[in-house]
Design a protein around this ligand. Structure first.
Ligand SMILES: Nc1ncnc2c1ncn2[C@@H]1O[C@H](COP(=O)(O)OP(=O)(O)OP(=O)(O)O)[C@@H](O)[C@H]1O
Ligand SMILES: [Mg+2]
Length: 152
């Protein structure tokens, strides 16, 4: 686990860009944290670093959007509106995972995803623009995130 203090939106974008640089086809990234904690902002920074040209918005109403203009296809899910785990199962998220990199907002709403994956949890910090990011990795993500510093 890593805990990072993000002082600004730019810090969140920079963290997302760092993860995008080491992202590979088949990666699953789970994003948790309350409303306004910065999950969509993270996905926007991630997409920009992948080279996605479209504007990335919150997919709350459509649940899933796919972006194909970057280095890897990027699937963006938002489970906020899906309270019922069986409706989440019907999305067939795992069918998209192999195609590119998959980022899931409100991932905690599901019954859980099989590893390997990386979980990024965002919490509000003391100031308006501060966020605390907690990153938990499984599988090859552990080595790929070595540069984040000493794991705790
Ligand atoms: N350090 C920061 N990191 C991320 N967002 C920040 C930061 N500082 C300020 N913000 C602002 O906080 C808001 C985060 O909104 P965002 O839509 O990314 O949250 P979210 O977690 O996706 O919320 P929701 O659960 O509604 O989808 C944006 O308006 C963004 O500009
Ligand atoms: Mg969002």
């Amino acid at each position: 686990m890593w805990t990072l203090h993000l002082e600004s939106l730019e810090d969140t974008h920079a963290l997302a860009a760092d993860l995008a640089r080491v992202a590979r086809r088949g990666d699953l990234m789970l994003l948790n944290g309350g409303i306004g904690s910065g999950k969509t902002a993270f996905v926007q920074g991630f997409a920009a670093a992948l080279g996605v040209r479209e504007h990335v918005t919150s997919p709350s109403f459509v649940v899933h959007t796919m972006y194909e203009s970057g280095r890897l296809p990027m699937s963006h899910f938002d489970l906020y509106r899906l309270e019922d785990p069986s409706s989440i199962a019907q999305l067939g998220i795992e069918e998209y995972v192999d195609d590119g990199v998959t980022l899931i907002e409100w991932a905690e709403r599901s019954g859980g995803f099989a590893p390997p994956h990386v979980t990024i949890s965002l919490d509000l910090g003391a100031g308006d623009d501060e966020r605390i990011a907690t990153i938990a990795a499984t599988g090859t993500w552990c080595e790929r995130l070595d540069w984040l510093g000493e794991a705790s």
